[in-house]
Design a protein around this ligand. Structure first.
Ligand SMILES: *Cc1c(COP(=O)(O)O)cnc(C)c1O
Length: 377
């Protein structure tokens, strides 16, 4: 046996490499000894949470000695009203990541496989492989596809499903590409998947989508008992630090997920803030509006620099530099601008930038222009 215990880890875990998060501001501050850093690397809301959500979290701090409500009753009740679903069909997670992990633990394991798209969200292979399941990444649409370059190819995903498939993960819109699916195509896909195969429709960026692209998840949940829709408070609600997400599913699946859910997986501040956040839809609307103007400005600025950007319905843009982009990422860091390199996604030529405030977007565009000019000199 080796000293690092690698050979004692269960088979799936032996193959894993940890999730690579966006670089924290504090880390870059330590490394460079500079201030005034901007982080556009993790698709957070640049406005942060609604003031009401912040106040609710602070109020919850008064009772740190007690366990939180392990059933998250009040938040679930509110979500049940919002989605017009029975409360028994809602599962709360410590971020939607937690829900994805519960799904994997319930429906995957040795001898089963998980299907997802190439260039899909990195958590799908991590939580799947940890269970010992086989990973099946379906080829994505091509780099020069006319409308959804590198997007999910639902036919290719269908072709990967067999009798041993436990879960299919669909990200809509997808991170890190920003690509999305036509609602009709999602409906047709769900109709074609065998009804004993669980399908996760990950809608982390739902609120940012133009209304005409949004799937009617409520209707889909009525038709398909094998569907799990996931949502999060980390993105448009600006509560990434508190970790709240949820899954909507049939009561049967929700019951299974709750069996593996850790007791008290949502802390009191998180539960309170999420609840308050749902009562401030003005903040959500304001955030979405800021995102659309920011996105348009960034897109125009990048195109003016002669760069190719992927289409997006989310709060980030993915840039195709047509050459290895890691050195550009490093050069931007030197200027105090953190974006996301995508080499860990097998997309070394791309960088992903989160839409920030107008000022952050301007600073990013200027820094990128400088970096490109310095690289050309
Ligand atoms: C950010 C993100 C999530 C949400 O993560 P949380 O755990 O809820 O913070 C889920 N799916 C995708 C595709 C994401 O980009």
């Amino acid at each position: 046996m080796s000293a690092d215990f690698l050979d004692r880890a269960v088979e799936g875990v032996q193959d894993l490499t940890p999730y690579v998060p966006g670089k924290p501001v504090e880390e870059l501050e330590r490394e460079l000894g500079i201030r005034n850093i901007i982080k556009l690397a993790s698709n957070e809301n640049p406005l942060g949470p609604s003031p009401a959500a912040r106040k609710a979290a602070e109020a919850a701090m008064a009772d740190l000695g007690r366990y939180p409500d392990g059933n998250g009753f009040r938040l679930k009740q509110r979500l049940a009203d919002l989605h017009k679903l029975d409360i028994a069909r809602i599962v709360l997670g410590n971020g939607s990541n937690d829900v994805l992990d519960m799904v994997a633990r319930c429906f995957l394991g040795p001898g089963r496989n998980a299907v997802f798209s190439e260039y899909a969200f990195a958590v799908y292979p991590i939580c799947s492989r940890a269970t010992g399941a086989e990973l099946r990444a379906a080829p994505a649409l091509s780099r020069d596809h006319e409308s959804q370059p590198l997007g999910h190819d639902l036919d290719a995903m269908l072709a990967q499903i067999d009798a041993n498939t436990g879960v299919v993960f669909v990200a809509n819109p997808n991170n890190p590409t920003g690509t999305w699916l036509q609602p009709d195509a999602v409906s047709a896909f769900l109709a074609a998947v065998p009804d004993d195969v669980v399908v996760v429709l990950d809608e982390a960026y739902f609120e940012y989508m133009a209304p005409e692209w949004r799937c009617d998840s409520r209707e889909l949940l009525d038709i398909h008992a094998n569907l799990i829709v996931t949502r999060t408070f980390s993105k448009v609600h600006g509560l990434a630090a508190l970790r709240v997400g949820y899954g909507l599913a049939s009561a049967g699946i929700a019951d299974l997920l709750n069996r593996v859910r850790q007791p008290f997986n949502n802390n009191s501040a998180a539960l309170a803030a999420a609840l308050a956040s749902l009562d401030d839809m003005t903040h959500v609307e304001h955030s979405v509006a800021l995102n659309s103007t920011g996105l348009a400005g960034l897109r125009a600025g990048l195109q003016a620099l002669g760069l190719v950007v992927l289409p997006t319905q989310a709060n980030f843009l993915t840039i195709d530099f047509g050459r290895e982009a890691g050195s550009l990422f490093q050069a931007l860091l030197q200027k105090g601008v953190i974006v996301r390199p995508l080499a860990s996604y097998d997309m070394p030529d791309y960088l992903r930038v989160t839409v920030g405030t107008d000022e952050e977007n301007r600073r990013f565009l200027q820094s990128l222009a400088d970096v490109l000019q310095e690289a050309a000199a």
